[in-house]
Ligand binder design. Structure first.
Ligand code: PBG
Ligand code: ZN
Length: 295
């Protein structure tokens, strides 16, 4: 299991995300405490998301060597040598318009975006990330990142592609957490239509050809068929990202006493595992020990 972590600047801050009870945004000095507690609860791997203090048109904060994520990676690497550190590679948290790429003439320019994603991946790998996880859904992003990493002597860095990422309504709470909702339009020009079951497999195949070491299906709960199809067809590890909306739905119904949260949460996590996920990215990761005790 992989625990997503939201990191921001400042000190002494651990603020709860309103639409995700139990999930916090940590300032750089507080994140180590959380990682330590999660490791004690059995979590080994973390997927880091940055919330920068300023945003601009080109998403500069994403590839600044002293940006929030490279700084966090260096600290976690030093304090927790056994932790597996994965860094999300995208521009949407860092751009003023909130899109995952560079906007030109009102639309996202795929090819122009590639070099910025590659630069961010190199900066995170140099800071000590074991895994870089491109989530922008730009065509050719895995190859651009693989080439850039290899050119820098970082060929051991693992690429986990967000290969099969749907334009889903389940990302709402995340966009609050990361302050990354697009200011205009939507992400449908680069994320996939959930009515299709062939396109996701083609996207996964392309990512593997471009050099992805791990491929991901996202969201997870409503996409178990895609996880299973990918598992049967491809021979690389399959990751499933159980996204913010999945967590929030279970949490909210549990808080109202309408469902038994620990039992429902375990049931859905096992469903994802049963479908064939080798890796599950879930906001519940650090709570699973507790869920097992309470179920
Ligand atoms: C950014 C990104 C998103 C998520 C992971 N990386 C949001 C989006 O595409 O809007 C969603 C994660 C979640 O909802 O938990 N590209
Ligand atoms: Zn994005």
């Amino acid at each position: 299991m992989v625990q997503p972590v939201f990191i921001r600047y400042g000190s002494g801050v651990a603020e709860e995300i309103k639409s995700m009870p139990g999930v916090m945004r940590y300032s750089l000095d507080k994140v180590g405490g959380f990682i330590g507690r999660a490791m004690e609860a059995g979590v080994r791997a973390f997927l880091l998301f940055g919330v920068p203090s300023a945003k601009d048109e080109l998403g500069t904060g994403a590839y600044d060597e002293d940006g929030v994520i490279p700084t966090a990676i260096r600290r976690i690497r030093a304090d927790f040598p056994d932790a597996v550190i994965a860094a999300d590679v995208c521009l949407c948290e860092y751009t003023s318009h909130g899109h995952c790429g560079i906007v030109k003439n009102g639309t996202v320019d795929n090819d122009e975006t590639l070099k910025y994603l590659a630069r961010a991946a190199v900066v995170y790998a140099r800071a000590g990330a074991d895994i870089v996880a491109p989530s922008a859904m730009m065509d050719g992003q895995v190859k651009a990142i693989r080439d850039a990493l290899d050119a820098e002597g970082l060929s051991d860095t693992i690429i986990m592609g967000y290969s099969s990422k749907f334009a889903s309504a389940l990302y709402g709470p995340f966009r609050e957490a990361a302050e990354s909702a697009p200011r205009f339009g939507d992400r449908k020009s680069y994320q996939m239509d959930y009515r299709s079951s062939r396109t996701p497999l083609r996207e996964i195949e392309l990512d593997i050809k471009e050099g992805a070491d791990i491929v991901m299906v996202k969201p997870a709960m409503f996409y178990l068929d895609i996880i299973r199809a990918a598992k049967e067809r491809f021979y690389v590890p399959i990751a499933a990202y159980s996204v913010s909306g999945e967590y929030s739905m279970i949490k909210a119904a549990g808080e109202r006493g309408w469902i038994d949260e620990p039992r429902v949460a375990l049931e859905y996590l096992y469903a994802i595992k049963r479908a064939g996920a080798d890796i599950i990215i879930t906001y519940y990761a650090h709570m699973v020990k507790d869920l097992l005790e309470r179920a």
